[in-house]
Design a protein around this ligand. Sequence first.
Ligand SMILES: Cc1cc2nc3c(=O)[nH]c(=O)nc-3n(C[C@H](O)[C@H](O)[C@H](O)COP(=O)(O)O)c2cc1C
Ligand SMILES: CCCCC(=O)C(=O)O
Length: 396
Amino acid sequence: MTASDAAATAPDAAIGPVRQSEIYLAGRLPEPPVDPDALRAAAEAALPEAAFAYIDGGAGTGSTMAENRHALDRWRIVPRMLASAEQRHSGVDLFGRALRSPLLLAPIGVQELAHADGDLATARAAATEQVPMIFSNQASVPMEETAEAMGDAPRWFQLYWSRSDDLIASLIARAEDAGCDAIVVTLDTPLLGWRNRDLDLASLPFLHAKGIAQYLSDPVFRAMLSDPPEDDPMAAIARFLAIYTNPAIGWADLPALCARCRLPVLVKGILDPADAERAIDAGVDGIIVSNHGGRQVDGAVGAADALERIVAAVGTNVPILFDSGIRSGADMFRALALGARAVLIGRPYIYGLAVAGEAGVRAVIRNLLAEFDLTMALAGCRTIAEIDRSRIIRRE
Ligand SMILES: Cc1cc2nc3c(=O)[nH]c(=O)nc-3n(C[C@H](O)[C@H](O)[C@H](O)COP(=O)(O)O)c2cc1C
Ligand SMILES: CCCCC(=O)C(=O)O
């Protein structure tokens, strides 16, 4: 049994109470703050305007971001009493690996915008807390270096479906060599959404050499350039923009992509039940229900509403993960009760990174898991399996 298996099977009897005592007894204000709105405000205070606008922003008017919150809030937890929930297990198995908790760090590009230590600080925090980090295709650091910072802690790789098959093959092979447990293919970003705040600041921070570190470190990408990117960075960025996605691909292309991956493949960005069925028919190993944190289609369905419909249509034999709007342990509970096997968080850990680097990411993870553990205890659940649809009701 590895250390992470042991962590996943041991009862987490007191994560929440331990964390509460740490904070109450520390005699100083927690940094970053615990409250999600205060955390966001602290990140805003810590960051230059354009960096915060890019990280925090959504598509268009921001209505999808707001709807993500409403869609989760509409589900009300019905606590049960006298459930003998002193000992609680929050471990889950995903693709043959025992995880400490049903939580992963969503792929987030250009983390150096939030903190100089960027992806490496996140990687160290994720490894210490035994929460899988999903390396972004748009990371500021090549995946090999991020993997190195994590020891044998769990990590996955997120792929944008490039126009170049050779580049896809190279990125997948590198992810396998870097010890990734799964490939997440993000489908909802064949083009970048219309982002009002970035447009008004005329600033797209990922168009920066550091936002294409996975490419600059890739031999197939480098071979596509006439000059080394160190000599002509703008030409490298232009080449990246020309090939990093492929809006022409369709469902007929997915089986071949799944077949070329030795690792489990998940598709991220599914919102429609029929699309979930198509993905399963194409052979995916998992689905991530997500609207990209409200960054792609303004006016899109709230992600939790999509989750409910997708679980109703395809069940949960193929693992369904969820992100977009998770801000608390109660939100984790709601998503699991709706049928998600695990959830991802995006902005909250990046806000923690912005405020306090590695320690900030760790604090955000620990606070979230503490609140989740307490929500389980107070709602009367001893195991993740007990968090089912009977635990929540919907209010209009
Ligand atoms: C600043 C930022 C960068 C992101 N970069 C990526 C990315 O490179 N790849 C990807 O699949 N999703 C990316 N996402 C989307 C996240 O993976 C995730 O779906 C979203 O943040 C979840 O919503 P939340 O922020 O409300 O938790 C990004 C999100 C943000 C906020
Ligand atoms: C090409 C997009 C890179 C980052 C991203 O996914 C986002 O800004 O939401």
